[in-house]
Design a protein around this ligand. Structure first.
Ligand code: GLN
Length: 292
């Protein structure tokens, strides 16, 4: 049997159970719409992680897609199917301590059900840790996790800091082909994340530490959900990943064929596309120079 952690095996179209809320086709003359839920946005937003939301809004607007972002406060809940994409940012240990219990108790079942029915998800660093079974933090506090991803995290000696580049597998969404993408970002974490036997990594580390500085794996993915240690913010310098998330969210909102709406030719202003390419290239070069 092949190891699910082998990121290089063929990535088939993910078979998702039927959505809870039927996707609605884009009606003639109407603009496609993507609803994003930003969990605990006032607590988990380290390293300008909010910038990820701005990138989704802009990349949507260039294609005539409305991206609506809604925050969620501790104590509030949501129903699976109400949103097309869920976003969880990074945080310091003490920020995570403030919301970990609320997140696992109030939102755990809804997050898992949402991902199972095809909602897209992006979780960065602290948010990524809290989607595993738990995070034993630098102060010895056991932060409960949601258990979406089969992984656990414990703080280790010293922090893993620096630029990082990985080779990520972005699965096919409907007829939109899967692709292998070089992704880069900045990591700063005390936590070492171990993937369980059923977890599939987002990718393999090219330069840097990734999940634990030893396994060679970075991040985790399940259906259309991605967890990663890469800050930056992540999406401005990784347009391919941003478009993959947008495609997954569109598929959830408007049916699987809508995923291809992100691939319309000439939809991104060329000057911006050139800047993004330079940002990615310079991140990869820095990661390579720093980490070999
Ligand atoms: N507090 C976590 C750690 O140190 C995550 C940090 C982060 O989000 N940058 O491992």
């Amino acid at each position: 049997m092949s190891d699910p952690r082998d990121t290089h095996r063929d990535t088939p179209v993910d078979e998702l159970p039927a959505p809870t809320v039927e996707p609605s086709p884009v009606s003639p003359g109407a603009r496609p719409r993507v609803r994003v839920l930003h969990l605990y946005d006032r607590y988990l937003n380290i390293y300008a992680d909010r910038g990820n939301m701005q990138v989704l809004r802009a990349r949507g607007a260039w294609r005539g897609i409305d991206v609506e972002v809604q925050g969620l406060e501790p104590g509030e809940r949501f129903e699976p199917g109400e949103h097309d994409l869920i976003y969880v940012g990074g945080g310091q240990d003490r920020d995570q301590q403030m919301i970990a219990e609320r997140m696992s108790e109030d939102l755990g079942p809804a997050i898992k059900a949402a991902v199972e029915e095809g909602t897209a998800l992006l979780a960065v660093c602290g948010g990524y840790q809290l989607l595993g079974s738990h995070y034993l933090d630098t102060t010895g506090v056991h932060q409960p996790g949601v258990g979406l991803f089969d992984l656990s995290t414990e703080a280790g000696e010293g922090r893993l800091i620096g630029n990082v580049a990985i080779e990520a597998e972005l699965p096919a969404i409907g007829a939109r082909a899967g692709r292998t993408a070089t992704i880069a970002g900045f990591e700063n974490h005390a936590g070492r994340t171990s993937l369980g036997t059923t977890a599939r990594p987002l990718g393999k580390v090219l330069h840097g530490n990734g999940n634990d500085g030893a396994s060679g794996f970075e991040g985790c993915r399940l259906h259309h959900a991605i967890g990663t240690y890469l800050h930056g913010p992540l999406l401005p310098r990784n347009p391919e990943l941003a478009d993959w998330l947008l495609a997954a969210a569109l598929a959830h909102a408007h049916g699987i064929d809508a995923a291809e709406l992100v691939d319309q030719a000439d939809s991104v202003p060329p000057a911006i596309a050139a800047l993004e390419a330079r940002a990615l290239q310079s991140s990869v070069s820095r990661a390579k120079a720093e980490r070999g």
